[in-house]
Design a protein around this ligand. Structure first.
Ligand code: IVH
Length: 681
């Protein structure tokens, strides 16, 4: 029998190879299930025999370590930045300057300019040893544990012709899909959303908890390598070499012979960037040949052999018509500018957020102003300033509202927080409505029979004033209710009416929420700052709502993820008599206020990010099966494509589906195997 140390080494090597197949080559050779099984085996062994943990262990990808304060580390080679331009002429000038210094025809390498934050990865003898942010270019923050969670960053290199010490430079970024999910989650718990994927990426990289970094799904694009005696002589070849060492190299990199081809590349990507699933803000042009790069050298700040062309965000000045103050579910008041409509980068812009009182004050917006609105690659228009040439004389400053526009309560603002909020949590209409909508939302009680404006109607008619009222609704109360909704942007006018079938479905849906596990009920009741993950952790820690309600602050702080702010909010929630009354009514209605068996298992997201097709008949109903998939983080999709992770096949699975799965190489998994997969997780 091989030694434990041997087994750990073997598992580490195998898992790293499979990660490479999966993330770098997009061609997995073992199932995700098998991968997870091996990873768990390795985790178990490492726990028992920490002395054998390998420096490139793939278990670092899931995170877990907590960094209290990042160390400062000097870069082996300073991190330079590039000269920027927005104009084609300056690109021609750049080419002209180079031609003056070197007489030959210039070959360029063209790349995308990724919109994230720069990182330097130091590899020593093939192992990733340090990841450091740009900082001031000479030294930066060491964020190694966080960077190791990024799957496209290799922990150990392949081959044997890499130099003993070198640094790879690249950009850490957040793909759009991850950015949107993250912001939705933040809004759920009353945290301000990130303004763009770049801020989200840099905020994430500076988190102290690497497990949270892992969850957020950052990505990495490399663009440069620094070292002595590197085995190639052009930038383009360096990228190919890096690929052979196991790096995921960018899909887009193009050699251009002469500036005209560079300009074609630039025009092409100015349009095509809208189809990318990650953010870019321009292109980067580099002289391909290293000897020429050397010859060209540096100016004081930047290399002479490279330049960044930034795409212009389209910008217009337009009159400010008025400012709306919107009150969200958590009471946060957001100012939104209503603008004279302007066409910008393909759409008509009529409104743009002003974020909060600080942003408004910094812009110094006055009555009657014209505002500059900008729209770049991102979909969201942004107000970037005031058109002072058009400011009326004696224009009066605009004060942020002092009272809630919905309920008249004086607004409050906490020290150190940007947001202004309405404290009238219990009686402010949008806050009540927001809580009702949150309660029925998919990730909470999943009451989809009440969606599409129906909750709004029940609220307006006074039938539902708080979440407990759902459980007192009767057939006769609901039957025959009707409301006309006028046409809105992108949506035609419509009538919502509560017919017999609809009402039956609603009542059945409400009744089914009695099966919703405690952890989701805890998320659904809407305690401020308690998001989905925190609710799960609380449910598993305290097991019952009574234990949670009686917990002291110290006890709350014992839960991983719970800090001062969350603990205070939980205590405040259970100190509020109205909340206790609602909880009592929900309990009497039969909702689950205790963790069931499933919730005693550790939180599992085995199916996270997986699209799963369910086909055939199972020992449980298909709906239950689909719920299970969601419970473990998976997503139900109806048809098989190359993005399907696997097909979950019951009895009598359709032959067409099976054929399609086979032709695309999608695994087909039986109910038994599926159950094992989620139970073992
Ligand atoms: S090359 C000496 N290539 O843009 C070469 N930079 O100032 C240094 N960036 O700090 C950079 N995409 O964070 C290069 N394809 C790319 C890039 C890129 C994004 C960032 C990088 C750099 C800034 C330019």
């Amino acid at each position: 029998m091989e030694s434990i140390e041997q087994e750990i080494k073997q598992l580490t090597e195998d898992l790293n190879r499979h990660t490479y197949y999966y993330y770098m080559l997009d061609a997995p050779v073992i199932s995700d299930y098998e991968f997870d099984r091996l990873l768990r085996r390795l985790q178990d062994l490492e726990r028992q025999y920490p002395q054998f943990v390998q420096p490139d262990s793939p278990t670092q990808r899931v995170g877990g370590s907590v960094t209290k304060k990042f160390a400062t580390l000097e870069h082996v080679y300073p991190m330079l930045s590039l000269g920027n331009t927005y104009s084609e002429e300056e690109l021609l000038e750049f080419d002209g300057r180079i031609k003056q210094l070197v007489s030959s025809e210039i070959e360029y390498a063209c790349e995308l300019k990724y919109d994230g934050l720069a990182i330097s990865l130091r590899y020593e003898n093939g192992l990733l040893t340090h990841a450091v942010t740009r900082g001031d270019g000479v030294k930066g923050d060491e964020v190694t544990a966080n960077v190791k969670t990024i799957k496209s960053v290799p922990l150990r290199l392949q081959g044997d012709d890499y130099p003993p010490l070198f640094e790879v430079r690249g950009e850490i970024l957040m793909p759009f899909a991850r950015f949107e999910t993250l912001n939705r989650e933040r809004e759920d718990i009353g945290e301000p959303p990130f303004a763009n994927p770049r801020n989200a990426a840099s905020g994430t990289l500076k988190l102290q908890e690497s497990a949270e970094v892992a969850r957020r799904g950052l990505d990495f694009r490399l663009y440069y390598v620094m070292g002595d005696h590197l085995p190639y002589s052009t930038h383009y070849d360096s990228i190919l070499k890096l690929k052979s060492w196991g790096f995921k190299v960018p899909d887009v990199i193009q050699k251009a012979s002469g500036i005209t081809e560079v300009i074609d590349f630039m025009h092409y990507w100015d349009v095509e960037r809208k189809k990318l699933d990650f953010p870019i803000d321009g292109i980067v042009i580099k002289v391909n040949d290293f000897a020429l790069q050397q010859q060209l050298g540096m100016t004081a700040k930047n290399p002479r052999w490279a330049i960044a062309y930034k795409f212009k965000a389209e910008k217009m000045s337009t009159p400010l018509l008025s400012i709306d103050y919107q009150v969200g579910r958590t009471g946060i008041v957001t100012p939104v500018a209503n603008l004279e409509p302007v066409p910008l980068a393909g759409t008509i812009v009529k409104r743009a957020t002003l974020h909060n009182a600080d942003v408004m004050a910094a812009l110094d917006i006055r009555e009657g102003d014209h505002l500059f609105v900008e729209k770049g690659g991102e979909i969201i228009p942004k107000i970037v300033g005031v058109d002072l040439d058009k400011r009326p004389v004696d224009a009066r400053p605009i004060q942020f509202v002092t009272h809630c526009p919905e309920c008249g309560t004086p607004l409050q603002r906490n020290e150190d927080e940007a947001g202004t909020f309405c404290p009238n949590e219990l009686h402010c209409p949008p806050q009540i409505k927001g809580r009702l909508e949150h309660f029925i939302s998919r990730r909470a009680m999943n009451l989809d029979s009440l969606g599409e404006g129906k909750v709004e109607i029940l609220f307006e008619r006074g039938l539902v004033k708080n979440i407990a009222d759902f459980y007192d609704l009767s057939f006769n109360q609901l039957l025959g209710i009707e409301k006309q909704f006028p046409a809105e942007e992108g949506k035609p006018a419509r009538v919502v009416s509560f017919r017999e079938k609809t009402v039956e479905r609603i009542l059945a849906g409400i009744s089914q929420t009695r099966e919703v596990p405690f952890e989701r009920v805890l998320f659904a009741i809407g305690i401020r700052y308690v998001g989905e993950t925190t609710a799960k952790k609380l449910a598993r820690h305290f097991k019952t709502i009574d234990a949670l309600a009686n917990a002291t602050k110290e006890e709350l702080l014992e839960v991983n993820d719970v800090g001062d702010r969350v603990a205070d909010s939980i205590i405040a929630y259970f100190n509020q008599p109205d909340n206790l009354e609602i909880l009592l009514r929900l309990r009497n209605a039969g909702l689950r206020f205790e963790a069931g068996e499933a919730e005693n298992e550790p939180v599992s997201q085995v199916l996270e990010g997986k699209n799963i097709v369910v086909s055939g008949v199972f020992t449980i109903s298909r709906d239950e099966m689909k719920k299970k998939i969601e419970q473990y983080g998976g997503k139900n999709v109806s048809s098989i494509s190359k993005n399907t992770a696997f097909v979950l096949a019951g009895e009598k699975m359709g032959p067409e589906k099976r054929k399609k799965a086979e032709s695309l190489g999608i695994p087909v998994i039986s109910e038994d195997d599926f159950m094992k997969m989620i139970q073992e997780s």
